[in-house]
Design a binder for this molecule. Structure first.
Ligand SMILES: [Fe+2]
Length: 305
């Protein structure tokens, strides 16, 4: 059984590497760990040697995301399991440092996914300047085949279903966080957002001040979501990738298929369900966040012109 337990690194292709690097290093407060021969920059958030990789490219887009998987099966065995489900994969060793081997494949939507066992973490990446989140927590993907994609991550990669918002988004987890992966349905195959966890709500305030000092708009929140109950805010990186900052995410107890009780829960017990709206505080979410996500498309068209 292939069992992920953690979101690994996310690789972003970027057009203006210096500008985007400045954001991840000095606004987000990630630590630059490595610069590879081709100029790609490896950033750490916490213990991992890297969580964000920026690669210069002609087109700005999500390149790859990854999951760390349990070591009770080898990557070769994982490869065989994927093949049984009709998915071809490659064992790759082309990561620059600190990652011996990864298993690379394309998911239902053609996103490149990598599975790995261990990454060295002998240099702490945690910084105390900029926003300095405590971890890279989840990734949300626009899917053109949301039902197939959800089925794949549940049945092949053993993710648990934790909530759904109408037909707009399905939330999946492979650990105790309410979601590690979010499959979004808005008619586009593109990154919806990547999310970094903060320490607490006061960290949200400090982060909003930090963004304001850099003239970066927070376009939604902080406000509390329904699915996950995370207190979340959203802004853009320099190439219009949507970045979520969050805290207070629901803690999932797989054995009980429920979430640890929290004062802000309106259900008791809080269990996975289908929600019809997105914000506990009834802040209008759908239009604002989707407009923010789709700004990336407009930005790319303007860059091409
Ligand atoms: Fe999110």
């Amino acid at each position: 059984m292939i069992q992920p337990f953690k979101l690994g690194y996310v690789v972003l292709k970027v057009q203006d590497l210096p500008k985007v690097s400045e954001y991840y290093e000095f606004v987000m407060g990630c630590t630059l760990q490595e610069v590879s021969e081709d100029g790609s920059r490896y950033y750490s958030v916490g213990n991992e040697h890297y969580s964000i990789i920026l690669k210069e490219a002609r087109e700005s887009e999500l390149s790859t995301f990854s999951f760390q998987i349990e070591e009770d099966i080898s990557l070769s065995e994982a490869q065989r399991i994927l093949k049984q489900h009709g998915i071809e994969s490659d064992l790759v060793t082309d990561h620059e440092h600190y990652l011996a081997e990864a298993l690379r494949f394309q998911d239902v939507d053609g996103y490149t996914v990598e599975l790995f066992h261990r990454m060295d973490s002998n240099k702490s990446g945690y910084k105390r300047e900029g926003i300095a989140p405590i971890k890279l927590g989840h990734i949300a993907l626009g899917s053109l085949h949301p039902e197939r994609a959800t089925k794949f991550y549940q049945e092949v990669l053993n993710f648990s279903f934790t909530d759904r918002i109408g037909d707009k988004a399905t939330f999946l987890t492979c650990n105790t966080d309410h979601h590690v992966l979010n499959i979004s349905n808005f008619g586009e195959r593109m990154l919806h957002h990547i999310a970094f966890e903060l320490i607490d709500s006061s960290h949200h305030v400090r982060s909003a001040d930090c963004l304001a000092q850099k003239d970066i708009a927070t376009f939604w929140g902080p406000a509390r979501h329904t699915a996950g109950h995370n207190l979340a805010s959203y802004h853009h990186d320099p190439e219009k990738n949507v970045i979520e900052l969050y805290t207070d995410m629901d803690y999932y107890i797989k054995q009980l298929n429920m979430f640890e009780a929290r004062p802000w829960h309106l259900d008791n017990p809080q269990i996975p369900k289908i929600w019809d709206h997105n914000c506990v505080w009834q802040t209008e979410f759908e239009k604002t966040i989707l407009a923010g996500v789709l700004e990336k498309k407009q930005w790319k068209e303007e860059e091409k012109a």
